[in-house]
Write a protein that binds this ligand. Structure first.
Ligand SMILES: NC(=O)c1ccc[n+]([C@@H]2O[C@H](COP(=O)([O-])OP(=O)(O)OC[C@H]3O[C@@H](n4cnc5c(N)ncnc54)[C@H](O)[C@@H]3O)[C@@H](O)[C@H]2O)c1
Ligand SMILES: [Zn+2]
Length: 351
């Protein structure tokens, strides 16, 4: 993992060092590519790597089988072989999709992750989870496939839209709430600097958050039953259901997770002994970041149905990650549909 301002200019030498490929497929979305692909291609070529750019439509709706097939066909046209590599330049969507394409191409070739969104820089770039969505649920088809290297250039965050920037802050709050009380307190104390995109604060947030996530992933890479990694799904049971039930057209991932965390905290107060003050601290921080608190107008049954189809399901009830204290989320526990229903109604879901 290399985190440095201007790191994008070192992409070529970084890739050479991490993989040493002859050819590279540089995968990006059209928005990110329009700003950063030239810089990336120039650096790769300067390092003597042959490369071709493949771009997709921006946004969650590119995490599909159709987009995946498109990448495979491009890899075939490029004749990518086992010693070649995929470079994912973009947010979490591009990382998840291009990472999965790399995991499946020739039964797995190397990939380099170059996260450009805040969400990807503080969260999705580390951990090796790759996937696409189905109408039936988020991330249902995927693989664990660790990138050979992660190159983070925090200066790319300057061009992110305010809404996308705020969505990334949600995962930062999540990592604090779930596994790192120190990070949570730091985010609380520095929320103004973060909102202003103060470069030093962003660098610190990215490195603290990635370090926290890496520590958890190292202890439980495959998210085993009873392992620690599942704590990072805090806020995601409801978050994923909101995204899937909305056809991936409504709220952004980080926004849906923010709502999921509000309900998870409420359930944690009720069922896991979280202090009401701690719940308020979380919600105040989400408010300060301008993250939503209203469950979208999705009928309650559709939400419960989407949770039931989520892979975190077990018979009769839904698995939720709750936390008794800031930074100490526990393994998921089964919460009855009835309790979930009550919590959702209290949070303003439509009956
Ligand atoms: N693999 C994991 O562990 C993991 C963890 C968390 C989230 N995720 C996944 O990540 C996805 C969300 O990621 P995301 O929020 O980055 O979405 P995204 O990849 O769609 O990026 C968000 C938007 O910002 C734009 N963008 C990105 N970088 C930019 C830049 N520097 N300047 C201007 N525009 C830029 C993109 O074009 C896109 O429109 C979800 O699919 C989620 O499931 C994966
Ligand atoms: Zn997430």
């Amino acid at each position: 993992v290399r985190i440095a301002s201007g790191a994008l200019k070192q992409l070529g030498s970084f890739t050479r060092l991490a993989v040493g490929p002859r050819r590279v497929a540089l995968v990006s979305d059209r928005r990110v590519a329009s700003i950063y692909s030239e810089r990336a291609l120039r650096s790769l070529r300067r390092a003597g790597i042959q490369c071709a750019l493949v771009t997709l439509a921006p946004g969650e709706r590119s995490k599909t089988t159709a987009a995946l097939e498109r990448l495979w066909l491009e890899f075939a046209a490029l004749e990518l072989d086992r010693d070649d590599a995929v470079v994912a330049l973009g947010g979490g969507v591009i990382g998840d999709l291009a990472g999965f394409a790399a995991a499946t191409w020739l039964r797995g070739i190397a990939w380099i992750c170059v996260p450009t969104s805040l969400l990807a820089q503080v969260d999705s770039s580390v951990g090796g989870k790759t996937a696409i969505d189905l109408a039936q649920g988020k991330n249902l088809v995927g693989a664990f496939h660790q990138p050979a290297g992660i190159l983070v250039d925090p200066t790319t965050l300057a061009t992110l839209s305010p809404r996308q920037f705020r969505a990334g802050l949600a995962e930062l709050v999540k990592t604090g709430m779930a596994v790192d009380a120190g990070l949570f307190e730091w985010v609380e104390a520095n929320h103004g600097r973060l909102l202003r995109r103060d470069p030093a604060a962003l660098r610190a947030a990215v490195s603290r958050s990635l370090r926290a996530k890496a520590r958890v992933v190292r202890s439980d890479e495959r998210e085993r039953e009873g392992g620690g990694r599942s704590a990072l799904n805090y806020g995601h049971t409801l978050g994923h259901a909101i995204e899937a039930a909305g056809g991936y057209r409504g709220l952004l991932h980080g926004e849906a997770v923010a709502i999921g965390m509000r309900v998870a905290a409420r359930l944690s107060v009720r069922l896991a002994g979280l202090g009401a003050t701690e719940e308020r601290r979380q919600d105040r921080l989400l408010d300060a970041f301008g993250l939503p608190d209203q469950i979208p107008a999705i009928p309650l049954d559709a939400l419960i149905g989407a949770m039931a189809r989520d892979k975190k399901r077990q018979a009769g009830a839904v698995r939720w990650v709750l936390t008794p204290r800031v930074g100490h989320a526990s393994v998921p526990r089964l919460i009855s549909d009835r309790q979930v229903r009550v919590a959702l109604l209290e949070a303003g879901a439509r009956a």
